[in-house]
Design a protein. Structure first.
Lengths: 386, 331
């Protein structure tokens, strides 16, 4: 199998872009690739979740290729709910590994600010079973709150242990120029914010943001023929699915798809869990951060809050988690989120994470979820000499 | 004037106190509307001005809740006032800035010499859809100003006046619709903040510095936005505090920034400078500079102060509020 490399990344600050469109957000990305050989791209995979719902726009592959002056290349949209970003990366990884392409641009774009609050709530539940959320009226935040409730009861942990995750995310985002919420919050403010669905509070949920991000994937052959930026290896990528409704699973507090995808990606990359120094996880709800860290074996069940409190997941900790603020504070432009995660790990491993830099980071990973863990993509990246 | 506590509205809809944008809001009773409130406001304005009704040459009423779709509020006010029928009267509508633009228009008529005195009124009985976030703030209120040329005992001088507008659909109500619609978060950065900051910058381009002002009054849709826009402009909060009435009367729409100016004039000293920047959805902002003059000391005591009027209140519960605002379907 051929090796796959990330040879460049470009990010737009996640924000509410009232005056922009999907096209104009994509066009902003081109600046980040100045000097790179976009002309020699074999394929463009566009990660997007809600284009036809919010912008009445499908067929984003052709649209984006045209926006970037690449009309003629193979290009199509990849949709896997909120995991569309790493799904598109996975598609690029597969193409290069299979020898069908040498250069792939993986681009995520989403514009959520076009949604009214009612539409935003409806779209946040699109990855759940419609016969549960639509017919029975149990939207995704309500299901997340049920998982949260069960977590607090089963492990007998106070809510503070979960609610401190958003506090750490904002600490990281406060140092990151591309993050949506570049300010710190306190545990008190999280715990006094209004309930979205008890016990889940507003400051424990990702906000609404627009964004676009892209990474350039290359084969080793391409690296010798095109102009490129610093390079890290996309050493492993994997996907796993689970029963869609968490309470139909054997254990609603174990994200089995995350565990399986992570293990498979690690195995493909040939690295061990203990090698991971930087980890981007899908914390659209605070409780998901806990469940993810526990499901992939970095914390014992019910103990992720204790580990966070001990500093394990801080920028200087054993495994730096969500180094630019994660979904909570960097922002969560749905289908583009996974591409942000990949680009952020790339920035860390190439030493270009600015004030968020994790010293000596050589191996990093990202986990991107659709729904509440029903479809999970995992990516493992490492510097070339590891 | 009736009041309803925001917590009473929150009680009905299951919204906790930490989420309430104001403490309470003013509510018109079933026999009050934008016209009757405009008439009452102009009564105090004329008492303070000491101008006889016969010298009023224009009556402009700004509101988004004119009692009639076709039939002017201005003529009702003029008739109640007993002014000469040789009067220019017109109704204005520009969401929450219809009152400040009445001031701009009347000051233009006075400056041009077309009239000796004119009345500029902002009056609203704003509609808030039950359960909508605006239900907590959409309130009733009116403020009136008598504008004329220079003379003895004048309260203040409008030294500069600018406007900034754009087509920004942040809040609207189509004909025959009972309640307005709004763009939620879109009403913040691209709407309220952008337009107020832009109108204030126009004044800065005319040579004003924000440090010139002793008081600053912004449109008050809630208690947060005026202080937030002040922070963005680098204006200390204590300069904004004096004009704040929103927490106890709600958002009185066309009267909002005018009431803020009234409250500032209740306490300002001669020689001080006031910056007023209104905001109207759709969208636009009028910014003007008011120099406080000697007459303010003598004339402010001729009629009740804003705080005195705010203190006149009778609390109602949500059921009575529904009746007063004609929200109960009888058939």
């Amino acid at each position: 199998m051929r090796r796959v490399y990330i040879a460049g990344a470009s990010l737009v600050k996640v924000d509410e872009y009232w005056g922009e469109s999907l096209d104009s957000l994509v066009s902003q990305l081109a600046d980040g690739f100045s000097g790179l050989a976009l002309r020699k791209i074999d394929a463009v995979y566009v990660a997007n979740m809600l284009g036809e719902v919010l912008q009445s726009q499908a067929n984003l592959g052709a649209l984006v290729a045209e926006d970037l002056g690449l009309a003629g290349v193979a290009a199509f949209r990849v949709e896997a709910g909120e995991a569309s970003g790493l799904a598109a990366l996975h598609a690029g990884y597969q193409s290069i590994r299979a020898g069908l392409a040498d250069t792939v641009l993986v681009l995520g774009v989403e514009k959520l600010s076009d949604a009214s609050p009612e539409e935003a709530m409806a779209t946040s539940s699109l990855s759940e079973r419609y016969d549960y959320v639509g017919f029975q009226g149990v939207p995704q935040p309500a299901i997340a709150s049920m998982m949260y409730n069960q977590y607090l009861k089963r492990f007998e942990v106070p809510q503070e242990m979960v609610a401190q995750f958003p506090v750490m995310m904002h600490e990281h985002a406060a140092k990151s120029p591309h993050s949506q919420y570049q300010f710190k919050i306190t545990l008190e403010s999280v715990l006094s914010s209004p309930f979205v669905s008890e016990p889940l509070r507003r400051l424990e949920c990702a906000g609404i943001g627009d964004g676009a991000a892209a990474v350039l994937l290359c084969s080793s052959d391409a690296l010798s023929t095109i102009r490129h930026d610093e390079v890290v290896e996309l050493a492993g990528s994997a996907c796993s699915t689970d029963i869609v409704f968490p309470f139909d699973r054997e254990d609603p507090l174990r994200l089995g798809a995350a565990s399986r995808a992570f293990e498979e990606a690690l195995a493909r990359a040939g690295v061990a869990r203990r090698d991971i120094r930087v980890l981007e996880i899908h914390d659209s709800y605070s409780i998901l951060a806990c469940l993810l860290l526990e499901s992939i074996g970095l914390s014992e069940p019910g103990r992720s809050g204790v580990d966070l409190k001990k500093g394990k997941y801080s920028l200087a900790g054993e495994v730096a988690v969500n180094t630019f603020g994660g979904l909570k504070a960097r922002g969560h432009p749905a289908g583009a989120t996974g591409v942000y995660q990949a680009a952020e790990v790339y920035l860390q491993l190439t030493g270009r994470a600015g004030e968020c830099q994790v010293d000596g980071a050589k191996v990093g990973a990202a986990l991107n979820l659709a729904g509440l863990g029903s479809c999970v993509f995992a990516s493992v990246m490492k510097v070339r000499d590891v | 004037m009736l009041r309803i506590r925001a917590s009473e509205i929150g009680r009905v809809w299951g919204v906790g106190d930490s989420e309430l944008p104001v403490k309470e809001k003013a509510v018109n009773n079933f026999d009050e509307d934008a016209a009757t409130m405009a008439v009452e406001a102009r009564k105090y304005a004329l008492v303070r001005a000491g101008v006889s009704a016969s010298r009023i040459g224009a009556v402009y009423v700004g509101s988004e809740s004119h009692p009639y779709a076709v039939k002017p509020t201005g003529t009702i006010v003029a008739e109640a006032l007993g002014v000469s029928r040789r009067t220019l009267g017109a109704d204005l509508e520009f969401a929450c800035k219809a009152g400040s633009e009445a001031i701009q228009i009347v000051s233009g008529l006075v400056s041009s010499g077309m009239i000796e005195f004119g009345l500029a009124i902002g009056s609203d009985t704003a509609q808030g859809r039950p359960r909508d976030p605006l239900e907590y703030t959409a309130a009733a209120g009116a403020a009136a100003f008598v504008l004329g040329g220079k003379g003895d005992g004048v309260v203040g001088e409008i030294e500069a006046s600018v406007s900034y507008v754009s087509d920004t659909p942040d809040f609207w109500r189509r004909s025959h619709e009972r309640y307005p619609s709004h763009g939620h978060r879109f009403t913040a950065a691209p709407a309220y903040f952008h337009h107020i900051i832009s109108s204030v910058k126009l004044l800065q381009e005319e040579g004003y510095s924000l440090s010139d002002f002793n008081y600053v009054v912004f449109h008050q849709p809630n208690t947060k936005f005026p202080f937030a826009v002040a922070k963005m402009l680098g204006i200390p909060p204590d300069k904004v505090e004096h004009g704040m009435v929103c927490n106890v009367v709600g958002n009185t729409y066309a009267a909002s920034s005018l009431l803020g100016l009234c409250r500032v004039l209740d306490r300002a000293r001669p020689g001080e400078k006031v910056l007023v920047a209104s905001y109207g959805s759709g969208a636009g902002s009028d910014a003007f500079v008011v120099n406080v003059l000697d007459g303010v000391l003598e004339r402010r005591v001729r009629a009740p102060l804003v705080d005195d009027l705010i203190a006149r209140k009778k609390y109602v519960d949500y059921a009575v509020y529904l009746r007063a605002r004609n929200k109960i379907r009888l058939q």
